[in-house]
Design a protein around this ligand. Structure first.
Ligand SMILES: NC(=O)C1=CN([C@@H]2O[C@H](COP(=O)(O)OP(=O)(O)OC[C@H]3O[C@@H](n4cnc5c(N)ncnc54)[C@H](O)[C@@H]3O)[C@@H](O)[C@H]2O)C=CC1
Ligand SMILES: CC(=O)C(=O)O
Ligand SMILES: [Mg+2]
Length: 371
């Protein structure tokens, strides 16, 4: 198979979807790899390293889309790419379709085979291609939250850990999964008082076992959530219903009751955000105020630490990419349920139920295409 590695084009996105050693693995499996020139530079990988690994360098995204059976990205295809996608071509990347009707429509129209990193799911419910970036984004959420709380950013002027004789910040993490755990761990390490709200009692019990004394896991409900958000200096939005639009748990009417200069870091923004007032921002212009509450809603947070993120992401994606390339998408899905769950839009049909529900579209089980 011909595999294409595209350069990221989202604002200030410096990750790359395959490192040179990954290219060497693909080639050892009998495939050809075409890398768009400069794709790895932001993460510290030069074209010559890809050449040395056996790749051919392409000048433009059009060349990559034009020549390859499977194209890979980190972030979802951007509007400038929609017309380059070919019928039957495999697109393997983060898609986050439930938050993006324009892209969903474009991929339906393209009749391509669109496999989303974020809905590939193991038997135990974990999301192996989301986990590494959720670890990064969770850890970053505590860092950017601490920064946003500083007065030059418009924050309330509270230091996460406080100092002797002065109380620390109150941090409320909504969703205690991978992002939530990592955010809480960092905020606790800096000395904040952290509350993790989740609706999964088993997960809360686990967090109770492993987290330090300055972290309190709390069973969430709408009334309690309102109360905790009202008291928070920093709220970190980290909920997920896999593949679906994020539930709007922080409603517009809660904001006037929040502290002026408090901060919402809505990590769940890539699935639409869990605050009604959230809208996606970029690393170039990451924050905005609503009712005196500072919102940080960058949909590709790990892109800011591209070297760490690229290595963590490609460690996870490569074995799946190799399986798809070796077997073709149909056989890879027939033989691996995890990859089958990655099928979001196949040949113009929406094959992931939560995406179909997000836009009132027909849902077609992917098995329709596999017999
Ligand atoms: N903005 C960015 O750059 C990035 C965003 N993300 C996003 O962060 C979000 C969280 O991801 P993960 O932590 O990996 O997911 P996860 O599946 O590990 O955790 C989600 C948690 O939310 C909880 N939850 C679901 N509904 C809830 C509710 N109504 N109230 C309270 N808790 C609820 C679940 O029980 C689960 O523990 C996702 O939308 C993911 O795509 C991840 C990486 C980067
Ligand atoms: C998961 C995601 O949205 C990211 O890594 O950018
Ligand atoms: Mg997006």
């Amino acid at each position: 198979m011909k595999v294409g590695i595209l350069k990221e084009i989202k604002v200030m996105e410096k990750r790359v979807c395959m490192v040179p050693t990954g290219v060497a693995t693909m080639i050892a499996n009998g495939h050809q790899v075409l890398v768009e020139s400069g794709a790895g530079v932001g993460a510290g990988f030069q074209d010559d390293e890809y050449r040395a690994a056996g790749a051919t360098i392409a000048g433009t995204p059009a060349e990559v889309y034009g020549a390859c059976d499977m194209v890979m990205h980190v972030k979802e295809p951007q509007p400038s790419e929609y017309d380059l996608i070919r019928e039957d071509q495999i697109i393997f990347t983060y898609l986050h379709l439930a938050a993006d009707e324009q892209q969903t429509t474009a991929l339906i129209k393209a009749k391509s085979v669109n496999i989303a990193y974020e809905t590939i799911e193991k038997k135990n419910g974990s999301l192996p291609l989301l986990v590494p970036m959720s670890e990064v984004a969770g850890r970053m959420a505590a860092q950017v939250g601490a920064h946003c709380l500083e007065m030059p950013q418009g924050g309330i002027g509270v230091l996460l850990g406080g100092v002797k004789g002065v109380a620390p910040a109150t941090v409320v993490v909504i969703g205690g999964g991978v992002v939530g755990y990592n955010a809480a761990k960092m905020a606790c390490g800096l000395g904040a008082m952290v509350y993790i709200l989740d609706t999964n009692l088993e997960r809360l019990a686990y967090l109770d076992e492993i987290m330090p004394a300055n972290c309190i896991p709390v069973m969430s409900n709408p009334a309690l959530l309102r109360e905790y958000v009202r008291k928070a200096d920093l709220v970190i939005g980290a909920v997920l219903i896999p593949g679906a639009k994020a539930p709007k748990l922080i409603t517009r009417d809660m904001l006037p009751d929040m502290k002026k200069g408090s901060v919402i870091v809505d990590v769940a923004i890539d699935q639409g955000g869990c605050a009604e007032t959230s809208k996606a921002t970029t690393h170039a212009d990451p924050t905005f105020f609503v009712d005196g509450v500072l919102h940080y809603c960058v949909a590709n947070m790990p892109g800011a630490v591209a070297r760490t993120s690229t290595i963590a992401l490609t460690n996870a994606t490569l074995p799946y990419a190799v399986q798809i390339a070796n077997k073709g998408w149909k056989k890879a899905m027939q033989e691996n349920e995890e990859i089958k769950l990655g099928a979001n839009v196949i040949h113009g049909a929406v094959t992931y139920q939560a995406v179909a529900e997000a836009f009132g579209l027909d849902y077609t089980p992917v098995d329709t295409f596999l017999s």
